[in-house]
Design a protein around this ligand. Structure first.
Ligand code: EPZ
Length: 417
């Protein structure tokens, strides 16, 4: 088991670079199965979720290797349509292999996906959408079996703008016969990135970033080279770290417009924020309560920054209400923050936080990716020493997390117990 040992109290200064977006890279890896030609993905983070997805591609018969930070995938010899349960259970994004694998092989078999334990996370929207495209889907004994002789374009209305379901349908529709229209589609920047990637491969998709996406199926997709958008959640995590700990940092290699909702909240908290091209400068202010933070689908406040924002609200002056509208149980970091002296009351999907001047160091446990990041930030800002246990979750989504924080002045080290 690995832990962070953190001595709190350091202010953060300096500059930090951001990796390619985990939640953009994962669907691009699924899309690489749609061609038999070579695909190269630039600035690819070596995080656990990406390495697990690379493992899945290997099981399908793809050849993969890193050339520096470029991930190269050659799917010419891919022939297996079954994704092993051990890998499928490791991460949520295994589910959108269904769209690309059934498109490539006419069949796909996968165990129910894993992912952070932040709610029920059903996949009904994925499966019903695939059925609309002509896929026969059976669920038996924890496995999903998909068969389809020829994918046909169709109108699909999503009951909820699910990110993964939108991505799965784009993957399945890209080479379907005819046109697919996805209504009530998710609008996240990662969806736009997937559209751009598939179009770079010869696809014909338009409308990503809006609620209606039109996919004109093509017969063939070819290889390409592509560098994904940067990770808006990693960028937001470092901005919140500075707002919590004090000081002033620059976050580079970002797309500021992709986290406009966070920048707005940080200005409400009285941080000084300046965005210049791909850099965002932040100076910590008086930390006034933002009053209310409600998560919602893009372009609303991202649910993936709810936990770090909850940690920040703990040391803001005044009371803050945090409402988590996307997932049923995404407050597992709250009991750990309370052990650090936070004053938080949770009722259902809402948390009432009364700010305290400072948190106290404590031994805390991470139980999901973004909650683990939130506890790390809290420990860096707290008085005294903390231990954050079980870094497996953090390692799923942040590469070189402690190195980047240490370079900004945090007193943090990883120990293996
Ligand atoms: C993606 O998960 C992200 N993961 C999540 O990031 C992110 O929190 C989420 O989108 C929301 O932005 C990846 O991209 C790999 P959803 P996904 O489908 O696709 C319900 C992180 O920390 N729903 O948009 O699973 C679902 O239960 C991770 O990086 C159904 O009801 O999210 C949830 O309440 C965590 N039926 C809501 O929709 C379905 O078939 C949003 O889920 C699918 C989803």
């Amino acid at each position: 088991m690995e832990k962070f040992v953190i001595k709190g109290g350091a202010k953060l200064f300096g500059e930090v670079g951001i990796q390619s977006a985990k939640n953009a890279v994962l669907p691009l890896l699924a899309a690489s199965v749609l061609t038999e030609e070579r695909v190269e993905i630039g600035r690819c983070p070596r995080i656990a979720d990406v390495l697990n997805m690379v493992g899945i591609l290997g099981e399908l018969g793809c050849e993969t290797h890193f050339d520096g930070d470029t991930l190269c995938i050659d799917g010419a010899d891919a022939a297996n349509h079954e994704i092993p349960a051990a890998l499928a259970k490791e991460l949520r994004s295994s589910v959108f292999m269904l769209g690309s694998v059934v498109s490539r092989f006419g069949r796909a078999r996968i165990a129910y996906p894993g992912g952070c334990d932040i709610g029920l996370r059903p996949i009904d929207l994925h499966l019903n959408g695939l059925r609309r495209l002509g896929v026969s889907v059976t669920e038996d004994g924890g496995y999903i079996d998909c068969t389809c002789s020829r994918l046909r374009g169709a109108e699909v209305l999503l009951d909820f703008p699910s990110v993964g379901a939108t991505e799965n349908l784009l993957l399945a529709a890209a080479k379907a016969e005819g046109t697919t229209v996805i209504r009530n589609a998710a609008k996240e920047p990662e969806i736009v990135d997937l559209q751009n990637f598939i179009n770079r491969m010869g696809g014909r998709i338009r409308g990503a970033g809006t609620a209606v996406i039109v996919v004109e199926g093509v017969k063939k997709l070819h290889g390409t080279e592509y560098t994904p958008i940067s990770d808006r959640i990693e960028a937001g995590t470092f901005l919140i770290a500075c707002a919590m700990c004090g000081g002033g940092i620059a976050v580079k290699n970002t797309e500021p417009e992709n986290i406009a909702s966070l920048l707005h909240k940080l200005r409400e908290i009285s941080c000084k924020i300046r965005a210049e091209n791909d850099k965002i400068y932040i100076e910590c202010g008086k930390r006034l309560s933002p009053k209310i933070v409600e998560t919602s689908p893009y372009p609303g406040f991202p649910t993936d920054l709810q936990a770090p924002m909850t940690a920040l609200a703990c040391v803001c002056e005044g009371a803050t209400v945090i409402v988590e509208n996307l997932f049923e149980t995404r407050f597992k970091h709250v009991p750990e923050l309370i052990r650090m002296g936070a004053d938080i009351t949770v009722r259902g999907r809402s948390a009432l936080i009364r700010g305290v001047p400072r948190l106290r160091g404590a031994d805390v446990f991470a139980s999901d990716l973004r909650g683990g990041a939130a506890l790390t930030l809290a420990a860096i800002s707290a008085e005294g020493e903390s231990v954050v246990t079980d870094l497996r979750f953090i390692d799923r989504g942040y590469s070189s997390f402690e190195y980047k924080l240490r370079a900004l002045g945090a007193r943090i080290r990883r120990v293996r117990i």
